[in-house]
Design a protein around this ligand. Sequence first.
Ligand code: HEM
Length: 512
Amino acid sequence: MTSKTFAREEVAKNNTEDSLWFIIDSSVYDVTDFIDAHPGGEAVLKQVAGTDCTDAFYNLHRQEVLQKYSSLCIGQIEGEQSKVIEHKPGDLSVIPYGEPTWLSPQFKSPYYNESHRRLQKAMRTFTDEELYPIAQECEKTGKHIPQSLVDSMSEKGILHMRIGPGKHLHGVNLMNGAVKGEEFDYFHDLIVTQEMVRANARGFQDGNMAGMTISLTAVLQFANNEAWKNKIAQEVFSGKKKICLAITEAFAGSDVAGLRTTAEKTKDGKHYIVNGSKKWITNGVFSDIFVTGVKTEKGLSVIVIERGEGVETSAIKTSYSPAAGTTFITFDNVKVPVENLLGQENKGIHVILSNFNHERWMMACAVIRMSRLVTEECMKWSNQRLVFGKRLIEQPVIRQKLAKMIAHCEANQAWLENITYQMTLMPYKQQSTHLAGPIGLLKMFATRSAHEIADEAVQIFGGRALTQTGMGKTIEMFHRTYKFDAILGGAEEVLGDLGVRQALKNMPRSML
Ligand code: HEM
């Protein structure tokens, strides 16, 4: 930024088309050569020529517009300081309820220690500086994740962390030493997910190796051969190969027992021959390895299929960005070694259901954090937007909406942290027994909350919530895409039912 200073009187003199200046937050802008290019038109700029138009500007633009067009800034007003708080990479939000309690300086939390705080700071900076620009670009263009970002996440240990705690993290350098692999727990895991979703690009969020986060987990937990498992893990963590989970079919979504893709054993017993199709497979178009649910002789099984002869993938158009790589896959007489079986043959339902827990919990982390971001945007907007001569927040009806949104965010984060705490104390198997139900209920409720929050946010933002760029872009994205959280990983109704059925298993025989 230039260090030149001006008197307000001097700015006021530059009030013609030939020399058009104005002041925004003590900075002086020369827009003489920009008026033709201004997306809001020439007339509005001419109307404010030579004046201080800070309020008018912030009523219509996001701060990032000024960052993008910083070259128009020619100096500062003498002796004045900027009043607007500019978000710098890594900064916490200063908006009330903009951060969960544990990140608000006036509150304490029993769950987080210094390594959590270090990791949060490192992940926030990574998201702001590196992830956000790429995520925004890919979301818009529909391009798949660039290999440079995969490599960078591999080098920082982000790919490893997204699989959750475990031996695969031991000795790995995580975010330049922010946390040791050996001490990484589910709260670190929660932080990684909650920070990355702030890039606000729902299609890209899934395109960014979501397939890996829900499939490599099954390989690590259920592979029957240690060396083979390590080989796959190494290929994926190094960013050389991409992996995804291929369960759902046109015939079976949340009802996994209804799968029709078959895997028949060859006579010599050395291979499976796989035939069938899979639908809505996240990252499938660009994946090399498919962790696939199949029907074997006496039940379901899960096998690892590598891309090769007989495997075809094609993109499916959905309501979020093609950056997600949502896929239709066909398997046509695909020959797979029997060693690629995960867990036991015909007992794949156990693999699938156990694997669901971490996926659903991660989805809850993500949608709960996005709900907060949307609520924060509504707090900011209603505080600065002038309607009928008043700030929007001065209307009681708006405050009621905000109250409801805040209550949903706080309740969900508290429940999430409670469940996460239980996860830190339970081995993987116990988690399936005791937490599959609560995690299902949490995800169900988190997406019901998202539904309410998206709805209220649109009412607060009006037409801007229906516009993909500008002030309401976070709201537009959330309202268009929160259903992905309500359907993927198990529909709300299925998860609610699972929660109650698991609770019934512990119902005492004696009645009232
Ligand atoms: C350096 C100064 C400015 C820059 C760089 C700038 C840039 C922009 C950009 C990029 C947009 C498109 C918004 C989006 O979709 O993101 C926009 C829209 C607009 N701008 Fe500006 N602008 C400036 C100053 C102003 C001022 C001072 C006014 C009027 C007081 C103004 C009025 C508008 C209007 C009315 C729109 C359309 C807003 C809408 O559709 O909601 N702009 N401007």
